[in-house]
Design a protein around this ligand. Structure first.
Ligand code: DGL
Length: 251
């Protein structure tokens, strides 16, 4: 089925991180317009309880009611892990998360089932077990998952290389030897993807939520319109100008 009538997407994230997903969506030119809403007043969601994440996500849904969006994408992995069901029950448009697309991207990479898969995400995402269950259902039995929480503030600080990042990589990853694939299950991690992948001598493949959701939408009938540049409008629950500045740097 073609979804060519779908043209305005609402993209929700806990803060700035979801701009990594916006970047992929804009590159693929799947929409005429993206309305981005970052809950910058309450970021981070990763350490929060599922009930709080659900409440915040439903508030974001209210926000999007002002914009006549055709679909909503929860760029935030923590929201995708905990609030999709509740969002779908209340929304009048389709709601897409990033976890299933990430799992499908791993499937499409066609690695042998003996491969070692390492999932990185926030505490909320890892505790939900969503990635781990989905990956095991594909037939992979060697699945490890960790929450390298310090990566989020490091990326927010704009530290993409150097000693601080190297120490954090070592702190979290030193026990993990040679994964074949790494799931970058957090909006912020694509920005340090090279450092994460290069930490391992065997250079595992990495799965990026933004690329995964863009590919997933295309496979599900959303057609890119290469002539049409996507217009981006950015909103935030606090300091929208700060978010716009970050968008200028990251996009
Ligand atoms: N956006 C969050 C995620 O992808 C990371 C930042 C946060 O903890 O809010 O899970």
């Amino acid at each position: 089925m073609s979804h060519s009538a779908f043209k305005r997407a609402g993209v929700f994230d806990s803060g700035a991180g979801g701009l990594t997903v916006v970047k992929s969506l804009m590159e693929r030119r799947l929409f005429d317009e993206i309305i981005y809403y970052g809950d910058t007043a309450r970021v981070p969601y990763g350490p929060k309880d599922p009930t709080t994440i659900i409440r915040y996500a439903l508030e974001a849904l209210e926000f999007f009611k002002n914009f006549d969006i055709d679909l909503m994408i929860t760029a935030c992995n923590s929201v995708s892990a905990h609030a999709l069901q509740e969002l779908r029950a209340k929304a009048e448009f389709p709601v897409y998360g990033v976890i299933e697309p990430g799992i499908m991207a791993l499937k499409n990479a066609q690695l042998p089932l003996s491969s070692r898969i390492l999932v990185l995400g926030t505490k909320a995402t890892i505790k939900s077990g969503r990635y781990q269950e989905g990956i095991k259902k594909l037939g992979y039995s060697y699945v490890e998952a960790i929450a390298p929480s310090l990566f989020v503030p490091i990326v927010e600080e704009g530290v993409f290389k150097g000693k601080i990042l190297e120490s954090a990589l070592d702190y979290y990853l030193k026990e993990y030897r040679e994964p074949d694939a790494i799931i970058l299950g957090c909006t912020h991690f694509p920005l340090i993807a090279d450092a994460i992948v290069n930490y391992f001598d065997n250079r595992p493949i990495s799965i990026h939520s933004g690329k995964a959701i863009a590919e997933y939408l295309e496979r599900n009938g959303f057609e890119p319109d290469i002539k049409n540049r996507t217009k981006l409008r950015i909103f935030a629950s606090e300091n929208p100008d700060g978010l716009k500045q970050i968008a200028k740097k990251w996009l």
